[in-house]
Design a binder for this molecule. Structure first.
Ligand SMILES: Cc1ncc(COP(=O)(O)O)c(C=O)c1O
Length: 406
C-alpha cells in the first residue's frame, strides 16, 4: 500500500480505538488493533497486518476462521429461517441433537448459547435430580483452579482464588477440593452431594490434564455414593484433545456433559447433554429465548458433522504431537520448566513470570498467543492448522523467547 494510503488507514484505525475507549465498557485491556477478516489460522487487522492466530477465538474456531462449510450453512439457513421460537421444533435442532447423542454416551440434549449457560443448566439438572432421587442433595463438588464461566453461579463453582471476594454474596452449595487429589474427593462426597463437576483438562488454569487414575477414581466414587459426574467439556470437547470428547481417553462415561466453544466453530452455541437416568427436567424448569435457534443449529451441524466426517479429532492429535515435539525442542534452549497438553490444547511453563511480555512481543511479530498464568503460555489453534503454520509459530516463539528471557 502506498505510504499516503497507509497513513490514512492508520489514522482511521486510531480514531476507531478512541471511539472504543469512549463507548465500550472496560472489561479487559485489548491491543490497539481492530480485526477485520479471518481465514483459516490467519487474521488481518484494519491496517492490513496479518496475524498467525493461536487463540482461535479462545479455542473456539476449531475449523479455523470462516470455514466454507460453516459460511455456506449459515448463508443458506439465513435465507430460510433465522429465528423460529424456542417453543417450536426446527429440523436442524433435531438433527444436531441426534448427531450428538449418536456419537457420545449421552442420551438427551438441551441447547444454549454460551458455556456458562450450559453449565448453569447442568447444575440445575443435578440439583433437580438430587431433589427427586437423593433426599434433596444439592451440594456440588468442584476443583480448585477449575473454570466454568462468569455467571454468578459459575463464578461460585469455579476455583479461581481471587474470585472469592468478588460480587458477594455468591451462590451457595459448592465444595472445592484440590484437582487430581482422590483422597480429598473421597472426603468431600457425602449424603448432601448431588454431583461432582470437573474439567477433564483444566484449560484456563494453564492446561492441566486430569490423571487417568483420578478420573476413574472419581467415577467409582460417584457410583459408590450415588452422585452424578458432570464433565465440563466446553474447552476439551469437539476434537480439541485428540478425540471427539476427552472422556473417551479416560475409559469412563459422565452422567452429564457440557459443550461450548468448538461446537459452533465460532457461532455462539453450547449444549448440555445427559444420560436418560438423570434427564429429569419438567416443563418450565429450563429454557431460553435463543435456545436451539436454527442459525446456531445449522452452525453446529456443519461444524460437528465436518469434525466427525473428516476425523478432525485424529488430525488434532497428530498436529498436537507435532507441536509438542517442536515445543520440547525449545525446552533446553530457553530453560522451559514444562511442556504439557493433550491434542491441540498445549502449554509451556517459562522459568520466570514473563508470559505477558512474550504475548506482547509476539503480537508485534504478528503472532497471537495467550498467557493464562504469569509463567504459562497456552496454545489452542484451529484443529486443522497446517504444519507450516505450526513451524512458523515456533520460529517466531523461539525468537521472542530469546528476546524476553535474555
Ligand atoms: C472449561 C470451561 N467452561 C466454561 C467456560 C465458559 O464458557 P463461556 O465463556 O462460553 O460462557 C469456559 C470458557 O473459557 C471454559 O473453558
Amino acid at each position: 500500500m502506498p505510504a499516503q494510503a497507509q497513513a490514512l488507514v492508520a489514522s482511521a484505525s486510531a480514531d476507531l480505538i478512541r471511539q472504543a475507549e469512549e463507548a465500550l465498557m472496560f472489561i479487559v485491556q485489548r491491543p490497539d488493533r481492530v480485526m477485520v477478516r479471518g481465514k483459516g489460522s490467519q487474521l488481518w487487522d484494519a491496517e492490513g497486518r496479518r496475524y498467525l492466530d493461536f487463540l482461535a477465538g479462545w479455542a473456539v474456531n476449531c475449523l479455523g476462521h470462516s470455514p466454507p462449510v460453516l459460511v455456506k450453512a449459515l448463508a443458506k439457513q439465513a435465507r430460510l429461517l433465522v429465528n423460529g421460537s424456542p417453543a417450536l421444533y426446527n429440523e436442524p435442532m433435531i438433527r444436531l441433537a441426534k448427531l450428538l447423542t449418536d456419537h457420545s454416551c449421552l442420551d438427551k440434549v438441551f441447547f444454549a448459547n454460551s458455556g456458562a449457560e450450559a453449565n448453569e443448566g447442568a447444575l440445575k439438572l443435578a440439583r433437580k435430580w438430587g431433589a427427586l432421587k437423593k433426599n434433596g442433595a444439592y451440594e456440588v463438588v468442584t476443583a480448585w483452579n477449575g473454570f466454568h464461566g462468569r455467571t454468578l453461579a459459575m463464578m461460585s463453582a469455579s476455583g479461581k482464588a481471587h474470585w472469592d471476594e468478588l460480587f458477594e454474596p455468591k451462590v451457595k452449595g459448592f465444595v472445592r477440593v484440590p484437582f487430581n487429589d482422590l483422597p480429598a474427593m473421597r472426603a468431600a462426597i457425602g449424603p448432601k452431594t448431588c454431583a461432582v463437576l470437573l474439567e477433564p483438562v483444566q484449560g484456563e488454569a494453564g492446561v492441566f490434564p486430569a490423571d487417568e487414575a483420578y478420573l476413574k477414581g472419581v467415577r467409582a466414587l460417584c457410583d459408590e455414593r450415588n452422585a452424578l459426574l458432570i464433565l465440563d467439556e466446553i474447552q476439551t470437547g469437539i476434537g480439541r484433545t485428540g478425540t471427539l470428547f476427552a472422556y473417551e481417553q479416560y475409559g469412563i462415561e459422565p452422567d452429564i456433559m457440557t459443550l461450548g466453544k468448538g461446537i459452533g466453530g465460532g457461532f455462539p452455541l453450547s449444549a448440555l447433554l445427559a444420560k436418560d437416568h438423570c434427564s429429569v427436567f419438567e416443563a418450565g424448569d429450563q429454557g431460553g429465548t435463543y435456545c436451539a435457534q436454527p442459525l446456531a443449529m445449522v452452525a453446529g451441524l456443519a461444524v460437528v458433522g465436518e469434525v466427525i466426517r473428516k476425523d478432525v479429532s485424529g488430525l488434532a492429535r497428530r498436529r498436537g504431537d507435532y507441536l509438542m515435539k517442536k515445543l520440547n525442542g525449545l525446552r533446553t534452549k530457553h530453560g522451559l520448566t514444562e511442556v504439557r497438553g493433550r491434542g491441540l490444547l498445549c502449554a509451556i511453563e517459562l522459568p520466570v513470570e514473563k508470559a505477558a511480555d512474550v504475548v506482547k512481543e509476539a503480537l508485534a511479530e504478528g503472532l497471537l498467543l495467550n498467557a493464562p498464568r504469569p509463567a504459562s503460555l497456552r496454545f489452542m489453534p484451529a484443529l486443522n492448522i497446517s504444519t507450516r503454520d505450526l513451524d512458523e509459530m515456533v520460529t517466531i516463539l523461539d525468537r521472542v523467547l530469546a528476546k524476553v528471557l535474555r
